[in-house]
Design a protein around this ligand. Structure first.
Ligand SMILES: Nc1ncnc2c1ncn2[C@@H]1O[C@H](COP(=O)(O)OP(=O)(O)OP(=O)(O)O)[C@@H](O)[C@H]1O
Ligand SMILES: Cc1ncc(C[n+]2csc(CCO)c2C)c(N)n1
Length: 255
């Protein structure tokens, strides 16, 4: 019975074509729709690209200040006002304790929906944004959706931990946490995983480790130091500073 369950494990395909200038989605690419969530940290240099690829853009509270302040310097354009008027998020969601009043007024006047959840101090602004996307996306649509979260890493560690927790809380959605030099995905143990590497923009370093609970058996191909039915847990072995050798790294999370 166990053997049958393992053999029938579906493959989840991952790729990062959203980091490329043009969104060509070859046969292996799973997600067709991108939603972008902008957090309150420095925008990554490839932000204009993500913005263009996305069908929905949500700023988490102070993330709106970042679009307002930093988008211009990431474009090659001369006209500050034009750039500011072009990048308008559809939604600004959060407890609104970080967005500046003039930024809120500006985006409100440009048609952004402002969703003030200041009464809720139990969940983070990112949680509020992802809950909204989760609620408004059918199960079928979820299979074609990938949520890109910018500014999720490289700042305050409590924020980073909360951001990683979101991957687990919403493990039925594809969510990618991004910063300028890092990308994190959850690889649910219910699946095998094929990870396609865009070597012009990502790699070669990679890490593979379980958060919260041990991984009973992990097998990989395509890495410099492959794992073979390895057990991983904090306090024992985890795989960091590994290197991607192949364009496709295949990881199998066993039981
Ligand atoms: N330094 C950081 N590192 C990582 N993520 C961050 C950081 N700062 C903000 N974020 C993310 O951006 C979201 C919005 O940020 P914002 O500053 O508006 O939050 P906040 O509610 O004011 O946070 P807090 O009250 O804890 O400072 C947060 O929910 C978090 O996900
Ligand atoms: C057990 C517990 N720990 C921390 C907070 C505080 N908190 C968590 S999310 C959030 C909103 C941040 O925008 C705040 C203030 C809480 N409510 N419950």
């Amino acid at each position: 019975m166990l053997g049958r369950a393992i053999r029938s494990m579906d493959v989840m395909v991952h790729s990062s074509t959203f980091l490329l200038p043009k969104l060509h989605q070859p046969g292996h690419t799973p997600a067709k729709n991108y939603a972008l969530v902008v957090l309150n940290q420095n925008l990554p240099r490839f932000m204009p690209r993500l913005w263009t690829h996305a069908k929905l853009r949500i700023c988490a509270d102070g993330g709106a200040n970042r679009i307002f302040d930093e988008m211009f310097q990431l474009t090659n354009e001369q006209d500050y006002e034009r750039v500011r008027n072009r990048y308008i998020p559809e939604i600004i969601e959060g407890d609104m304790d970080s967005i500046r009043p003039e930024v809120k007024r500006f985006y409100s006047s440009q048609g952004s929906q402002i969703s003030d959840k200041s009464h809720n101090q139990e969940t983070t602004d990112l949680h509020k944004c992802i809950s909204r996307i989760h609620r408004s996306t059918s199960d079928h649509e979820k299979t074609n959706l990938c949520v890109l979260v910018t500014g999720a890493l490289g700042g305050r560690f409590d924020h980073e931990a909360a951001n990683i927790n979101i991957l687990y809380l919403f493990s039925d959605m594809r969510i990618v946490l991004l910063s300028d030099d890092c990308l994190i995905r959850l690889l649910p143990k219910t699946h095998k995983h094929d990870i396609y590497i865009e070597s012009s923009v990502e790699g070669p370093h990679c890490g593979l480790f379980p958060v919260g609970a041990p991984s009973g058996s992990t097998t990989t191909t395509g890495l410099k130091w492959n794992l073979s039915e390895a057990k991983m847990r904090f306090g024992s072995m985890i795989s960091t500073s590994n290197i991607v050798h192949a364009e496709k790294g295949l990881g199998w999370n066993g039981p």
